[in-house]
Design a protein. Structure first.
Length: 162
């Protein structure tokens, strides 16, 4: 393949497929160990994002804590996504990333909070009732691009980098 000569050529060739932003969110009760959760989020983001805690009321009334780690820097967003690891990238590829992309060009991923606190990353199965860490990743897609194709190229690219 010849070297890309324009921005559109670079985008369509799949080189440096990126993300515009990354957000990790955890809902924790007053009984959860917030320090361990924060440490897990710091590890998951590679330390690139500040973890911000908010105190809110849960649906049923008791207070809950919400931790949010967010970046709007492309390089950091891509790094946050790649930290999911080779096993998760393989799972995302096998199941089809399209199942996780919404109409707003965002990839949605849920991982196990308890596994994260142990230093491991495991995708949550649909319908699971365990505590989760929710990740949302805004895809860098331009007019004419199919966001699912872009996301597939990203997962493929990150799998090769490992």
């Amino acid at each position: 393949m010849a070297s890309p000569t324009s921005l559109q050529d670079i985008v369509s060739s799949g080189l440096n497929v990126g993300l515009l932003s990354a957000t990790w969110r955890v809902h924790a009760s007053g009984l959860d160990d917030l320090e361990i959760i924060e440490s897990g989020l710091q590890w998951l983001t590679g330390g690139c994002c500040e973890v911000i805690w908010k105190r809110e009321k849960s649906f049923h009334g008791p207070p809950q804590h919400v931790a949010i780690a967010r970046t709007e820097k492309k390089r950091e967003a891509r790094s946050c996504f790649s930290r999911l690891g080779a096993d998760v990238m393989s799972q995302l590829s096998e199941e089809g990333i399209g199942k996780r992309v919404d109409d707003e060009k965002t990839i949605h991923v849920r991982i196990s909070l308890s596994e994260l606190c142990r230093g491991e990353i495991k995708l949550i199965k649909s319908g699971s009732r365990s505590s989760t860490v929710k990740g949302t990743f805004k895809i860098e897609a331009y007019p004419g691009d199919d966001p699912i194709d872009v996301a597939s190229r990203l997962v493929s690219e990150l799998s090769r980098e490992r």
